[in-house]
Design a protein around this ligand. Structure first.
Ligand SMILES: Cc1ncc(COP(=O)(O)OP(=O)(O)O)c(N)n1
Ligand SMILES: Cc1ncsc1CCOP(=O)(O)O
Ligand SMILES: [Mg+2]
Length: 509
């Protein structure tokens, strides 16, 4: 249901009467204009004469116009949207209906402009006092001069074009995070940026952007850049659109300074948010690919292993472990680095990835594939400065807020736990399987459930939605690490198990 002013009802009835006078039941766009202009004291007539138009001449021209027949409901929808946007009120008046009629169809818009009702020009006149353009003198808002000065109009044109570009790029990114990555955290982040951009744009003087729009006069529409139609993968589509978004926002920010410094500052902070988004999307895509096969991850602490580390690594790798972490809390640095160099060698022989716990410096010095950080360890960005761009950075998470933050921080993978009581580390609290479930529903970044996981409960983890685990005691304290690893891998790889790897099958919520 639409809420309309009595003036709108009278104008619509008058439009039908104009159509009937032509002998037709079909009410054309031009009939609506005539109906809207019927009331000489009405807002549309007032707007026209304020814009310097002559009511009688314009009426005569519109009587000559032919053209399409709109659906009234569609016009009402557009008028309500216009009113909502410019007056924050869904109940609309005749000026909103006039804007809807004049802008619904590009051909009619041009014909109407030629007949003396130029939507952009009328709209421009409404910019100064849109809340009641008739009762008040046209008061320009403090930050905006109506676009009769060429500079203002040019700035508004740049803003209009680049806000459109930004919205388009955000739509592409939304599709990427939602349908390609299947990632709730990233999808929400894109949505948040979209909303923030809309809120910032709403601060601009009403009508500014549409008043400046001049698509037919845009000298750049036919110019295409090299490579515009070449994309190698969905990840590249996302990367290109992230850049496009940042460039467009930069332009909005610069030209926005001419209109409103506050607006420009908000756009600047939004641009920074897109760098965070870029890091998470681009790094995360790479990590998802490089860690696609990492399902069984083994934490090694020499003193807690039943056998020598080199043997344990070889056995576990033969059973299907593909990632090993050196987790030594007690070793002096000199011993730690020596041990890390050995494990680097043994994991390479086993064709497995090697991660150092807690210590980016050691990870870098021994050429590890990754470093693992807890909530109290170095932040991801600082660790990355030490290890460089190619080394994985994993982050421990114990609740959903930490998990979302880790995704946005650009972590390559996540530890999710503790899930069950552990023989390796004591905990007071267990987020347990509920957190495993929540993590699986939240992100498709590689996520490893850990804490007391072993052959007896791995199926529960899988049923909760994760098909990756990190274990210590179950493998390192086993007499036959290979056999245990095989059992774990079989449970993780089981086709059609209740749980699923979200990267492969979870639809976005
Ligand atoms: C894969 C993986 N996940 C989580 C942890 C735990 O890290 P942290 O919370 O820093 O605790 P410590 O292991 O350092 O005691 C991990 N090591 N590996
Ligand atoms: C370091 C750590 N952090 C959470 S659980 C855990 C230990 C995992 O070892 P285990 O598999 O023996 O419980
Ligand atoms: Mg740690």
């Amino acid at each position: 249901m639409h809420q309309v002013s009595p003036g709108v009802e009278r104008a619509v009835a008058a439009a039908a009467a104009w159509a009937a006078r032509r002998g037709s039941p079909a009410v054309r766009f031009s009939d609506y204009v005539l109906g809207l202009l019927d009331e000489e004291e009405g807002r549309p007539a007032e707007l026209l004469t304020r814009a310097g138009g002559d009511l009688t001449t314009v009426r005569q021209r519109f009587e000559q116009l032919t053209g399409p027949v709109p659906v009234l409901r569609t016009l009402y929808d557009a008028a309500r949207d216009w009113s909502l946007r410019h007056r924050a009120d869904p109940a609309f008046m005749t000026d909103a209906l006039l804007m809807a009629v004049l802008t619904a169809d590009a051909d009619f818009e041009r014909a109407a402009a030629a007949a003396g009702l130029d939507a952009a020009q009328l709209f421009g006149r409404m910019v100064g006092g849109v809340n009641d353009p008739f009762d008040r003198p046209e008061q320009p808002p403090a930050t905006f001069t109506p676009p009769d000065a060429a500079d203002d109009l040019a700035a508004a044109r740049v803003l209009d074009a680049n806000l459109n570009r930004s919205r388009e790029a955000l739509r592409v990114l939304d599709d990427h995070c939602r349908f390609v990555l299947n990632d709730r955290t990233l999808t929400e982040q894109v949505k948040a940026v979209r909303h923030a951009l809309a809120a910032a744009t709403d601060q601009l003087p009403p009508g500014l952007l549409l008043a400046a729009r001049d698509t037919p006069g845009d000298v750049g529409t036919a110019v295409t850049a090299g490579g515009e139609y070449e994309r190698g993968s969905p990840a590249q589509v996302a990367a290109v659109n992230l850049k496009r978004l940042q460039e467009a926002l930069r332009s909005v920010e610069e030209y926005g300074k001419l209109v409103s410094p506050g607006f420009a500052r908000e756009v600047e902070s939004l641009r920074y948010r897109t760098y965070t988004l870029e890091r998470a999307v681009v790094r995360g895509s790479d990590a998802r690919r490089r860690l696609a096969d990492a399902r069984l991850y083994v934490l090694l602490t020499g003193a807690q292993c039943a056998a020598a580390l080199d043997w344990t690594i070889a056995q576990a790798a033969a059973g299907g472990a593909t990632v090993f972490q050196l987790r030594e809390k007690e070793l002096p640095d000199a011993e730690l680095i020596a041990r890390a160099r050995q494990v680097r060698r043994w994991t390479r022989q086993a064709n497995a990835l090697f991660v150092v716990n807690d210590r980016p410096d050691i990870a870098r010095l021994v050429g590890a594939d990754g470093v693992h950080l807890g909530q109290d360890d170095l932040p991801v960005a600082d660790a990355r400065r030490v290890v460089g761009p190619d080394v994985f950075v994993g982050v421990s998470t114990h609740n959903i807020a930490q998990l979302r933050q880790a995704v946005l921080d650009g972590a390559d993978y996540l530890g999710v736990g503790p899930t069950f009581p552990s023989r390796t580390k004591a905990f007071d609290e267990f987020p347990g399987l509920a957190f495993v479930r929540a993590a699986a529903g939240e992100t498709t970044l590689p996520a490893f459930a850990l804490g007391g996981v072993g052959p007896s409960n791995v199926a529960d983890v899988v049923a909760a939605g994760l098909r990756r685990i990190a274990v210590s005691a179950a493998v390192c304290q086993a007499d036959d690490p290979e056999a245990v690893a095989r059992i774990l891998r079989a449970a993780l790889d089981l086709p059609g198990a209740a749980g699923s790897d979200p990267a492969e099958s979870r639809p976005p919520g």
